[in-house]
Structures are given as structure tokens and as C-alpha cells.
Design a protein around this ligand. Structure first.
Ligand code: NAP
Length: 314
């Protein structure tokens, strides 16, 4: 009989397929139903995506829990402190998605400044027949401010070099080994740059880090790009800043309430929206599914894992 693993939410078909070779995947289902499930006492593993919620009561419904394996680098939906208290390991899929997320960040910068979705509509809707499209803003040479300078932040900074963009950043700590300018607080960073790009984890420590004051500091010529988590931005403040022309535009891949971005954002021409597709390529999702299932396989084979989250590293 195959061991049973519990899916905290719908998972990628690629992860599902990799898991199905060795395990029976149960769920998702409400915690109340899980509590009544006859197999719950034997389930050692929860699997999920970067957006999955894995709260304490879900873990406590599984007395044998030993591992939470997330297919995604962000794991802000997992109560890691509780997992540790329960003696369970949490794993994620770092590195394999750096290129895709960095590519999307640059794409959102180009799309907001050069207004490419608007240009596409301009051609399709026949406006070109009546005259030229209004001019856009040059991206090359603009000062990029990164909020977060980890694995993906560094991949974005590397790409920005090819656009002759000076790079400044903020993070929890300065990285003297990197040739970029560290700015200790996000408001000062916003005041110095033309494009503010967010690439931190979600969760309590970054919640609404981008608020009305930061947006005001970014200024009427400034652009916001968010490829981090929706929770990092106070979206009501963002809508107000865009409506008042306090910032020039925004490129957003992530939202506070997915998949339902605020109606006000949908209505704005100076905003480019993508549906949380930072890692959304065949190649990268396969690599993520492989790494997430490797963690599960290694746990069952050797009580070990490949890529624990930092809080669970020895
Ligand atoms: P990482 O290597 O851990 O880097 C995170 C960076 O954020 C680090 O520079 C860290 O600072 C900084 N940071 C963390 N907490 C902070 C705080 N409270 N204030 C300021 N800076 C803070 O992570 P990564 O692999 O680059 O991934 C970053 C995030 O991108 C993920 O957690 C996820 O939320 C998001 N993401 C989104 C997508 C998408 O589809 N849009 C895909 C993948 C990832 P230190 O360096 O000082 O520790």
C-alpha cells in the first residue's frame, strides 16, 4: 500500500503526477473533514504550493506529521513555528525559479514604462490608423530600487545591469560583497529611485511595508513593480496614489486577494497586471515539482530532506 500524503490545497498537476508514482494524495478538504478521516493517524506529510495555507489546526489533525513540502519558494502560508513545535520539517523550492521570476520583473518594468499592453491594444483596436501612439518612458538608465536582495533580487539586479540601470536596495542587512548601493529604510530607497521593485517574502514582517508614505516618496515619475507577495503592499494606498497621480504606474503579479485584484486596479490604464505567474513556465514548474517531490521521497527513504526553509536548517 502506498503511503498517504495530504494536500493542503490544490497542487500543480506536475507535483500531483510526481507524487502519485509513490503515494496516494488525499485532499484538499476542510480540517473538520480531515479530523473525521480514518487515515489521518498515519499521514506523515502535508504537500502544498507557495500559496497554500497550512495552519496549526491542520497540522494538529495529523498526529504523525513529520514534513510539510511546499512547491514554491515562498511559504508565508505555513505556520512554521507550529511545525517546529510539532517536530515537523518544512521544505520549499529555492533557486530553480530565480530566472523566471527575475525575467518577469524585468518584463513588468518594460511593460509599465513602455506601455506595451496598451500599444498592443492600440494596434488591435485600429487607433494606429488615426495617428501615432503617444510616447512612453525610457527604461534603460532608470534607477532601480530593489526591496529584497536575496536569490531572486540578485537575479533581477544582474539583468538590470544590461539595461544600464543603477541598482540600490534595501533588505534586513547590507550585503557588502555586492556592488549595489544599500539603503537602510524603504522610504529613503523609494525617494532615490525611479522603479521600486518588491522581491521580499510575505508574512508579518513585510506586511504593508509599501504604504502611502513610501508611495509618496516614490513620486509622480516613479513606478512600482511587485513580484513578491500581495501582502507587502497596502493596496488601498496604492489605488489612492495611482488615482491621484502620486506615482506614474505599477506592474503587479501578486495581490492581497488572489485571484480577485481590486476593481479599481482593473480599471486603470497605467497598471499592468499578471496572474501570479512569476514561475509560470513549463520548465520551471517541472523543476519545482521535481524538487518538492524529491524532498518527500528523501524524507520517506532516509528521514532527510534537500531544501529545508531557513528556520528548519540545523
Ligand atoms: P530570499 O533569497 O530569502 O530573499 C529574500 C530577501 O528579502 C532577502 O534579501 C531578505 O533580506 C529580504 N527580506 C526579508 N524580510 C525582510 C524585511 N522584513 N524587510 C526587508 N527585507 C526583507 O528569497 P527569494 O528566493 O529571493 O524569494 C523572495 C520572495 O519572492 C519569496 O519569498 C516569494 O514571496 C516571492 N516570489 C514570488 C514569485 C511570483 O510568482 N511572483 C515567485 C517566487 C518567489 P536579507 O537578505 O537581509 O535576509
Amino acid at each position: 500500500m502506498k503511503p498517504i500524503v495530504f494536500a493542503a490545497s490544490n497542487i500543480s498537476p506536475l507535483y500531483q503526477r510526481a507524487l502519485a508514482q509513490h503515494y496516494e494524495v488525499l485532499g484538499p478538504m476542510p480540517v473538520a473533514d480531515l479530523m473525521a478521516h480514518p487515515a489521518r493517524g498515519s499521514i506523515e506529510v502535508i504537500v502544498g504550493s507557495g500559496e497554500s495555507k497550512v495552519p496549526a489546526d491542520m497540522m494538529d489533525a495529523l498526529p504523525a506529521l513529520r514534513l510539510v513540502s511546499v512547491m514554491g519558494v515562498g511559504y508565508d502560508g505555513v505556520n512554521v513555528a507550529h511545525a517546529k513545535q510539532r517536530g515537523a520539517m518544512v521544505t520549499h523550492t529555492p533557486q530553480v525559479l530565480n530566472d523566471d521570476v527575475a525575467d518577469l520583473a524585468i518584463a513588468l518594468m518594460l511593460n509599465t514604462t513602455r506601455r506595451l499592453p496598451q500599444a498592443d491594444r492600440f494596434v488591435r483596436e485600429g487607433h494606429w490608423l488615426k495617428g501615432a501612439m503617444p510616447l512612453a518612458k525610457k527604461l534603460s538608465g532608470l534607477h532601480l530600487g530593489l526591496v529584497g536582495m536575496g536569490r531572486i533580487g540578485q537575479a533581477i539586479a544582474h539583468r538590470a545591469q544590461a539595461f544600464n540601470m543603477p541598482v540600490s536596495y534595501t533588505a534586513r542587512s547590507a550585503k557588502p560583497e555586492l556592488a549595489y548601493n544599500f539603503v537602510a529604510d524603504v522610504k529613503s530607497l523609494a525617494a532615490q529611485v525611479d522603479v521600486l521593485c518588491l522581491i521580499t517574502p510575505g508574512g508579518a514582517s513585510t506586511h504593508h511595508m509599501i504604504n502611502a508614505e513610501v508611495l509618496q516618496a516614490l513620486g509622480p515619475e516613479g513606478y512600482l513593480v511587485n513580484v513578491a507577495r500581495g501582502s507587502v503592499v497596502d493596496e488601498q494606498a496604492l489605488v489612492a496614489a495611482l488615482q491621484a497621480g502620486q506615482i506614474a504606474g505599477a506592474g503587479l503579479d501578486v495581490f492581497e486577494d488572489e485571484p480577485r485584484p481590486l476593481e479599481a486596479l482593473l480599471a486603470m490604464d497605467q497598471v499592468v497586471l499578471t496572474p501570479h505567474v512569476g514561475s509560470g513556465t513549463h520548465q520551471t514548474r517541472q523543476a519545482m515539482a521535481d524538487l518538492a517531490s524529491d524532498n518527500v521521497n528523501l524524507y520517506f527513504a532516509k528521514s532527510d530532506v534537500k531544501t529545508p526553509v531557513p528556520e528548519c536548517q540545523m
